[in-house]
Write a protein that binds this ligand. Structure first.
Ligand code: FES
Length: 571
């Protein structure tokens, strides 16, 4: 198979002419024949003025290029879509699959022997990995790294757990306009991704545990010099992979690798979004994530990382405590150490090199965990026949077994309009229900699952309530919140049947969520549901493709035509 500049020649019906033309045009950039005869390392540029999390990408790219050239390869940078969490309308998840398609097709369309994909802000790492897995070219993943922490009145601040906590205090009247403005300038003190165990940090840790990035790549803070040395080293590895033509993602992403990623996801107190993204990545391979197996892993694996929102610290503290290699060392036999990584080394080699940091209290030993069970549980029941997820490590223990009266919001807009209405019939023991916020319903399954506590209850001191929806939630959020109810209400899932005043029972110990109405009434309501119609927003373009082909949460919310051949369970 051709390599370097000879790969994937543009079709003019004469291969010699195609190469002649390609070289003639690229020489316009001043390249020599020596440069053009080298193996090519492609590098995705996900920098954007709309994406502050990726603010260090230009410097990362320079370091990757340096590394690739030091190792004798030719780096070629190309742009892909960049998605920033707070700048994407209607939600970043709506665009994840578009980014994955863009990156995959650009990897395929342009000549390169290996590729370095750079991502970080929530959906970008999963999108880049989904693309790399489908293109199956030797790939090195570089997360942009977490922000450093902020400070306010002697307190350490982290985006966005503290964004939410302090906003809730502002809503409750506990802090004033002047203070919330001061906080606003201190929550994100540097470029990089949210520095709590949100989705970005979760996906970076998962990527490292899958062997797709170099050790410590998940945790080095974004502005640190070490981040750029890691990028240089990643460029060198990519050059070696270009020459060796491997390992490819399909060689690294085995059932053992996916199991390791699920163990790490539970042990870090990871984001619920991590489960959707890992499912989507697996679905691009021959393997699948089995939710029941994930539940079993959750019962065996303790939460060992003391990071917000489940614990107390931030990503830079996790880094200085030894990062993912030290975590995997602490997890011991729960990790399959024979799994391979991009360098050809195994996780056994990675763990052998893990730093021992005396006195650190961020990465716990198995005998003194943060929580004895993993971060997440998958629930089933008549409300969620294909599953729902709760991050119980970040919930109120007293609410994990709870029966309450449903207070229903029909959409995100309905919730926004009514949740703070002083006349809303709601009390602290009720269950707030949000529907039509799933993959199709919203669209894009927004992070609206963290329903605000109604203002009148917040002002009366209520900090948490049971909240359930077919939406997602930011990994940075805290609360007793059931998410990803599948099938979603917009496609006729049982959430669509709930009425104000119905009783709902959450039983996390038994992994169940149920609507307490009798079967006959359930069937009557089901029969009365109107059939789903194509909404106006989905009549053309990408929106049409999205609405027609988006899969449900239990299948990773990828497009149905993007799946790899399978299945083979990876639990
Ligand atoms: Fe980009 Fe949190 S907003 S990672």
């Amino acid at each position: 198979m051709a390599d370097g500049l000879r790969k994937g020649l543009t079709s003019y019906g004469d291969a010699g002419f195609s190469l002649f033309l390609r070289k003639a045009f690229i020489k316009a950039m001043g390249y020599s024949d020596d440069a053009l005869n080298r193996p090519i390392v492609g590098i995705t540029n996900t920098h954007s003025d709309y994406n502050p999390c990726h603010g260090n990408v230009p410097q990362i790219i320079e370091a990757v290029k340096r590394g690739a050239m030091l190792a004798g390869a030719m780096p070629m940078v190309f742009p892909t879509i960049s998605i920033a969490e707070s700048f994407a309308f209607p939600t970043s998840m709506y665009l994840r699959n578009l980014m994955a398609m863009d990156t995959e097709e650009m990897i395929r369309a342009q000549p390169m022997d290996s590729v370095v994909v750079i991502g970080g802000c929530d959906k970008t790492l999963p999108a880049q990995i989904m693309a790399a897995v489908s293109a199956d070219l030797p790939t090195v993943v570089i997360p942009v790294g977490p922000m450093v922490v902020g400070h306010h009145k002697g307190e350490v601040l982290g985006a966005c757990t503290d964004c939410r906590r302090l906003w809730a205090k502002f809503r409750a009247g506990e802090i004033d306009d002047v203070e919330i403005e001061a906080v606003n300038g201190r929550l994100a003190p540097s470029v990089g991704t949210c520095m709590v165990m949100g989705t970005a940090s979760t996906m970076a840790c998962i990527t490292e545990s899958l062997g797709l990035s170099l050790p410590m790549s998940a945790t080095i803070p974004a502005p640190h010099a070490e981040r750029f040395r890691l990028a240089e080293a990643s460029g060198k590895v990519a050059a070696e992979m270009a020459r060796a033509k491997g390992p490819r993602p399909s060689e690294l992403l085995t059932p053992a690798a996916f199991r390791n990623a699920q163990v790490v996801l539970q042990a870090i107190g990871g984001s619920t979004n991590g489960l959707i993204h890992l499912t989507a990545i697996a679905n691009r391979t021959a393997h699948r994530i089995d939710l029941e197996a994930f539940n079993r892993i959750g019962r065996e694996v303790p939460v060992l990382i003391d990071l917000k929102p489940s614990g107390a610290h931030y990503m830079e503290h996790f880094h200085h405590a030894g990062g993912v290699p030290r975590l995997m060392a602490q997890l011991g036999d729960l990790i399959d150490l024979d799994a391979r990584t991009i360098t050809g080394a195994t996780l056994r080699d990675v763990v052998a090199g893990a730093e021992e940091v005396p006195g650190q209290d961020v990465i716990r030993a198995r005998k003194s965990p943060i929580k004895p069970e993993g971060a997440m549980a998958v629930l089933h029941g008549n409300l969620a026949p294909r599953g729902a997820v709760i991050k119980h490590s970040a919930a109120s223990p007293r609410l994990l077994q709870h029966t309450g009266r449903a207070v229903v919001f029909d959409s995100v807009e309905d919730m926004t309009l009514r949740v703070d209405d002083p006349d809303l019939d709601v009390n602290a023991d009720d269950v707030l229900v949000l529907r039509n916020a799933g993959p199709k319903g919203a669209p894009g399954m927004p992070e609206a699952g963290y329903l605000p506590i109604p203002m009148k209850l917040g002002r009366a001191g209520v900090k948490d309530m049971v909240r359930i929806s077919d939406a997602r939630m930011s990994g940075t959020a805290f609360g007793t919140i059931v998410l990803h109810i599948t099938p979603e209400s917009a496609v006729g899932g049982p959430l669509a049947l709930v009425q104000n005043g119905d009783m709902i029972r959450l039983d996390v110990a038994n992994r169940s969520i149920d609507l307490l109405i009798d079967t006959a009434e359930f069937r009557i309501r089901q029969a009365a549901l109107a059939p789903a119609a194509t909404p106006d927003w989905a009549k053309r373009g990408y929106a049409h493709l999205f609405n027609e082909t988006i899969l449900q949460a239990d299948e990773g919310c990828d497009f149905d035509f993007m799946r790899g051949t399978g299945p083979s369970s990876s639990g």
